[in-house]
Design a protein around this ligand. Structure first.
Ligand code: ZN
Length: 262
């Protein structure tokens, strides 16, 4: 394990353009429940899962009812996003922000909707599945801070007149094209991909490591995950450092810092 931490630090220092891909495993140490794990939100509450599957359609058909559900005026959903908004970053988030500040990591692409990478200080973050801190217009694509939005009249509306929804990408909702395009160009550009806390099985996000692996040229793909994943088994990643991101990433940063000091 220690050897792999050193190897990852060396690979990062030798990289020209490293990016990080992150998922639920990154935020569980911040108390954010995952959705698909054994104790996940959907795994333990099938009714909530069924509702979640209908949420995008509900927005399209009746944006007022969508907002009433999201705010907990009807149903029990209201406190869920609120809890997520109050979560704090953990050492794994800070480690990635530090790798960016050191000029090594150029971009973080996350599936997490909690905004914790930005809270931890990461500057270039692509929130692939959106953010609970943001609302978005599905018509013109404009985004606004959730905090600044007046919710007295539902649904809140964009300048263009269309109803706003949470930036969070619901089931059956397409990934916003700007984020998707940028993520793909980052995946094709990087020479090192650090995959943290995700098994990358949810598509189209799962394409990103595969695009990096199968494009021409050399790319190093390093996994930091609690368990082996399809990426490990299919040989998409070069190696897996098995454990918690909140423990392993700070150790990698420590070695990088030592290596960079004169
Ligand atoms: Zn609009």
């Amino acid at each position: 394990m220690e050897d792999l931490v050193k190897r990852a630090a060396k690979d990062l220092m030798e990289s020209r353009y490293a990016i990080a891909l992150t998922g639920a495993g990154m935020s569980t140490e911040s108390g954010i429940p995952d959705f698909r794990g054994p104790k996940g939100v959907w795994t333990t509450n099938k009714e909530a899962e069924a509702k979640a599957y209908q949420r995008y359609e509900l927005f399209l058909n009746n944006p007022k009812a969508y907002w009433e559900e999201m705010l907990g005026i009807h149903g029990t959903y209201g406190t869920f996003y609120e809890q997520i908004r109050q979560a704090e970053p953990n050492p794994g988030h800070y480690a990635l922000a530090e790798l960016e500040a050191l000029g090594i990591v150029k971009c973080v692409i996350t599936q997490n909707i909690d905004g914790l990478h930005k809270k931890a200080g990461s500057k270039k973050v692509l929130e692939y599945h959106g953010s609970v801190h943001v609302v978005r217009c599905v018509s013109c694509g404009l985004r606004f801070a959730r905090e600044g939005i007046c919710l007295e009249e539902l649904p809140p509306r964009c300048r263009c007149g269309a109803a706003l929804k949470y930036d969070v990408v619901h089931f059956k909702e397409p990934i916003p094209s700007d984020v998707m395009k940028e993520s793909e160009s980052e995946a094709l550009r990087c020479d090192l991909m650090l995959i943290c806390g995700t098994s990358a099985v949810v598509y189209p996000f799962a394409n990103l490591p595969r695009m990096a692996r199968f494009r021409s040229g050399n790319v190093k793909i390093i996994e930091v995950n609690a368990d082996p994943t399809p990426l490990t088994q299919e040989g998409i990643s070069d190696y897996l450092i098995q454990g918690k991101t909140g423990e392993i990433l700070p150790r990698i940063v420590q070695v990088v810092r030592k290596g960079m000091s004169p």
